[in-house]
Design a protein around this ligand. Structure first.
Ligand code: FES
Length: 178
């Protein structure tokens, strides 16, 4: 036996020590990875509630006609960061030199996509015929929607419209964030 070859007892000890170390690492890493997976939806929800740049102020009509825009956000989880993910859409309506009204395009009744009708200057949901005024209020009292369209917080910064995008519980008279 050469001097550099460990004795059998020493080899056994090293193999057992390595097994203990690797086993210990796996027992720590696996639960942590599982926890990240479990919390992933919560992390994504939190990220989609930040301010998101939606459009330039200059792209909005100055006569008060709203325009629909997709909302693209960056989603982050434990392993991935995905940019430009569609998370919804909004109507932007210029209400002043640097002020904008933002309405979530989802119908508060059951979640269909609300359309804008330029000839009536109002919003209309084709699913169950709810109608809304330009500021999002219910236009026709026979509308089944339990509340008006959901207005979102927005800021205009350096000529860009930034929106705090949120969805709200459908079918409820109260505006409850989900
Ligand atoms: S989903 Fe819009 S009226 Fe029912």
């Amino acid at each position: 036996m050469s001097e550099s070859t460990p004795a059998p007892d020493r080899r056994n000890f090293l193999a057992k020590a390595a097994a203990v170390v690797v086993g210990g690492l796996i027992s720590v890493v696996a639960p942590v990875a599982g926890l990240f997976t479990l919390l992933d939806p919560l992390r994504r929800k939190t990220d989609t509630r930040g301010l998101v740049r939606v459009a330039s102020l200059a792209s909005l009509a100055t006569d008060g006609q709203p325009r629909k825009f997709p909302v693209l956000d960056t989603l982050v989880d434990a392993w991935n960061k995905t940019e430009n993910v569609p998370v919804g859409s909004v109507y932007l309506q210029r209400t002043g030199d640097a002020t904008v009204r933002v309405l979530n395009s989802v119908c508060p009744h059951l979640g269909c996509s609300v359309g804008y009708n330029a000839s009536t200057h109002g919003y209309f949901c084709p699913c169950h015929r709810s109608s809304f005024t330009l500021d999002g209020a219910i236009a026709d009292p026979k509308s089944p929607s339990p509340r008006g369209m959901d207005e979102l917080e927005a800021v205009v910064r350096d000529g860009e419209v930034w929106v705090r995008f949120q969805n709200f519980r459908k079918g409820s008279p109260d505006k409850i964030a989900v």
